[in-house]
Design a protein around this ligand. Structure first.
Ligand code: ZN
Length: 285
């Protein structure tokens, strides 16, 4: 297995969001020769949509995805309506940034408007997700913005995403049709015994559903459900094998590094973090 093309490295801005503002991250990518970026909507809102789009364009960066839309389930109709409205705005922002896709973290059990989970109806939540994506697709398809479902590790099923496997995401793509695909995040799906098969299935669709590929590593032990992701090479995911499956399925897109790390990488000098991402991308992914 050969080394990855360094030109395909992309930085998910969550990786250094504690240290740098979005404009600083864009400048940092350019300075380190990282050609791709995937910003988060709250950072874009703070920095300004137009200004961010211009800055990214001037830096010559590819936007491998916008994070994120989704969070469809809600306990009442108004809540679901509000989620859909917000998702339409996310599509507009993705277009303005010329993002390759809008990443969807679909949401877990329905929440009330103050953010409390008040239902145990997981099957119902999954129906709300299907219906929400179906409605959003009508808008996104017209706009020409691909939607990428990101299956999340099942530990997030209650509060972040009740689509937890590639198979479930592929099934939704089958059901809902064109304009929908997948974001394959190594951290979330590495454990899945059907992973190779489902990557092949996604890549074999026409057009391919493989819209994004996120990398980091799974640490043992993991000390926090959300903010203890590892740098490539520091954990147990066979990232090289995973990339070989993605490439065999026809994927030629960015390798987006996405690391939430409250006690390690978020505390380091961000220039060191970016340099390490570049080195580990080549050595370990
Ligand atoms: Zn991800």
């Amino acid at each position: 297995m050969s080394e990855p093309d360094p030109g395909l490295l992309s930085l998910n801005t969550a990786t250094v969001r504690q240290q740098w503002t979005l404009p600083q991250i864009i400048d940092g990518c350019a300075r380190h020769g990282i050609r791709g970026i995937a910003p988060w909507r709250d950072q874009v809102a703070t920095a300004g949509l137009k200004e961010t789009a211009a800055r990214i364009r001037d830096a010559g960066l590819v936007v491998s995805g916008l994070c994120r839309g989704g969070m469809f389930p809600a306990t009442d109709r108004e809540g679901r309506r509000a989620a859909l409205d917000d998702n339409r705005r996310a599509v507009d922002e993705a277009l303005a940034l010329r993002a390759q896709c809008l990443v969807l973290v679909v949401g877990g059990l329905p929440k009330s408007r103050d953010g409390k989970i008040e239902s145990k109806d997981l099957a119902g939540a999954r129906e709300m997700v299907r219906d929400g994506i179906g409605e959003l697709l009508l808008y996104a398809r017209d706009a020409g913005m691909p939607l990428a479902i990101e299956p999340l590790h099942p530990m997030y099923a209650a509060d972040r995403a009740c689509v937890n496997t590639m198979e479930h995401a592929n099934d939704l793509c089958d059901e809902l049709g064109p304009g929908l695909g997948l974001a394959v995040d190594a951290y979330h799906v590495w454990w899945d015994p059907h992973l190779e098969r489902e990557i092949e299935r996604a890549g074999g669709a026409n057009p391919s559903r493989l819209l994004a590929y996120h990398i980091c590593d799974w640490l043992v032990p993991t000390t926090d459900l959300l903010t203890d992701r590892g740098m490539m090479g520091d954990g147990v995911i066979d990232l090289r094998l995973l990339r070989s499956w993605m490439e065999a399925a026809g994927f030629r897109g960015c390798h987006e590094v996405e690391i939430f790390s409250a006690n390690n990488w978020w505390k380091r000098d961000p220039d060191e973090v970016l340099a390490t991402c570049k080195a580990r991308h080549l050595e370990c992914s």
